[in-house]
Design a protein around this ligand. Structure first.
Ligand code: HEM
Length: 331
C-alpha cells in the first residue's frame, strides 16, 4: 500500500518494513520558548503529518505525488524534559561518552528528533520543509542526515562494507521494542565507515571482523543466513569459529540477558566525501544500547574501521489517536 496509517497506539516508522530512504532531523528548542508554543507547534505537526502521510496534503511541493509509505516519527530527548522542567520519561538515560567516539557537536544531541522515512526521497524533502516551517521560531533544525537503502535488491540489504546488515533482528517487538504504553526509544548514531581500509583486507579477515560470510550472510561455521550464531563452536586448534573480536559476538544478546534492539539503519554519503552508517535502533530500554556499545568500544573488531561522529537518544512517545496530538503524553 502507498500509505502507512499515521494514527494509532504506536507511532509508525518503527515496525514499518524499512522504506528505501530516511531523513533524521535534530531540532533545538529556540531560546525562550515556553511550553504553550511547543504544544502549538506539535499540534500543527500532527495535522500536517496526518495529511502528508495519507496523501491529503495541499503542499505545492507534494502535489500530484504519492506518499510512498511516508512515515513521520517524533521523539523527545532527555534535554527537552529538563528544559521544560518535566520529569523525564521512565527509562530515559544520558548516553555516556564511549571510548573511541569522535563526536561532532554539530551532529550530536537535540531536543526533538524526527525520523522521516519513505520510498521516495522527494517526500522526505517536502515533508521536512513543511515541519520546519510549522515549527519556525520554536524548534530550530540543528542537524539532519539522509539515509539510503538499495531500492532494487531482494533480501537483507548490504552495507558499504558489502555485508548483509539487519539479519539478526528481533521478531517479538512487544518484548524487545514497545513499552506497555506504546512508547519506545530511538538511538541515532552517525558512524563513519572507512571503506577503503576495510575492503583492503583479504575476504577471510573481513569475515572474521564481522563473524559472518560476506556472500551468504551465514554466521561463520554455519550454512545459511538464518542459522543461529554459535558462540561456543571451536575449530580443531581450539580457537573460536566466531572470533573473540567478531562484531556479532560483541553485539550478541546472550550478553544482555537476551534483550535485543531493532536495527533499522541506512547508508549515508555526505558532501565532504564521508560515508557511513546512519545507525537507527529502537529498543524498550536504552540501557541496552549503553551495554552493547561499551562492549563494542572495548572489543569489536569493527572499531578499527568505524568512527562515531554523531549521537542522539530520543524517547518516542506513544502513537496519536484521532483528535489527539504528538507528545500529549509528555506535555
Ligand atoms: C549485527 C554491521 C554498528 C549492533 C551486524 C551485522 C553486520 C553489522 C554486518 C551482521 C548481520 C546482522 O545480524 O544484521 C555493522 C556496521 C556497523 C555496526 C558496519 C557500524 C558502521 C553497530 C552498533 C551496534 C550494533 C553501533 C549497537 C551498539 C548489532 C547487533 C547485531 C549486529 C545487536 C546482531 C548481533 C546478533 O544477534 O547476531 N552489524 N554494525 N552494530 N550489530 Fe552491527
Amino acid at each position: 500500500a502507498p500509505t502507512i496509517p499515521f494514527h494509532g497506539g504506536r507511532q509508525a516508522g518503527v515496525d514499518t518494513p524499512p522504506q528505501t530512504h530516511a531523513l533524521v532531523v535534530g531540532y533545538a528548542l529556540a531560546p525562550g520558548v515556553v511550553r504553550d508554543q511547543l504544544v502549538r507547534a506539535l499540534g500543527d505537526w500532527t495535522t500536517a503529518a496526518s495529511a502528508m502521510t495519507s496523501g491529503r496534503s495541499s503542499e505545492p511541493a507534494l502535489a500530484g505525488t504519492s506518499p510512498a509509505r511516508l512515515t513521520i516519527t517524533v521523539g523527545f530527548s532527555g534535554g527537552l524534559f529538563k528544559a521544560l522542567g518535566l520529569a523525564p520519561a521512565p527509562g530515559m538515560v544520558d548516553l555516556p561518552a564511549f571510548p573511541g567516539d569522535r563526536l561532532d557537536p554539530n551532529r550530536t544531541g537535540a531536543d526533538v528528533g524526527v525520523q522521516l522515512c519513505a520510498d521516495d526521497p522527494m517526500q522526505l524533502a517536502g515533508a521536512a520543509a513543511v515541519l520546519n516551517r510549522l515549527a519556525d521560531g520554536v524548534l530550530l533544525p540543528r542537524w539532519q542526515r539522509l539515509g539510503l537503502r538499495p531500492t532494487r535488491q531482494v533480501g537483507t540489504p548490504r552495507n558499504l562494507f558489502g555485508f548483509k546488515d539487519g539479519t539478526a533482528n528481533p521478531t517479538d517487538l512487544d518484548r524487545h521494542v514497545w513499552r506497555p504504553d506504546g512508547s519506545t526509544f530511538l538511538v541515532v548514531r552517525q558512524i563513519r565507515m572507512d571503506v577503503p581500509k576495510f575492503t583492503a583486507l583479504p575476504l577471510p579477515d573481513q569475515e572474521a571482523v564481522i563473524g559472518r560470510s560476506r556472500e551468504s550472510g551465514a554466521p561463520l561455521g554455519a550454512r545459511v543466513e538464518t542459522d543461529e550464531v554459535d558462540l561456543f563452536a571451536r575449530t580443531d586448534d581450539g580457537a573460536y569459529v566466531i572470533p573473540a573480536t567478531a562484531h556479532v559476538r560483541a553485539a550478541h544478546p546472550r550478553f544482555d540477558g537476551g534483550a535485543e534492539m531493532l536495527r533499522r539503519g541506512y547508508t549515508y554519503v555526505d558532501g565532504a566525501g564521508e560515508v557511513g552508517l546512519l545507525f537507527l535502533a529502537f529498543m524498550r530500554d536504552p540501557e541496552l544500547f549503553v551495554r552493547v556499545q561499551r562492549r563494542l568500544s572495548a572489543v569489536d573488531g569493527l572499531r578499527h574501521f568505524t568512527e562515531t561522529r554523531g549521537s542522539a537518544l530520543f524517547w518516542i512517545p506513544p502513537g496519536v489517536a484521532e483528535g489527539d496530538w504528538i507528545g500529549s503524553a509528555l506535555l
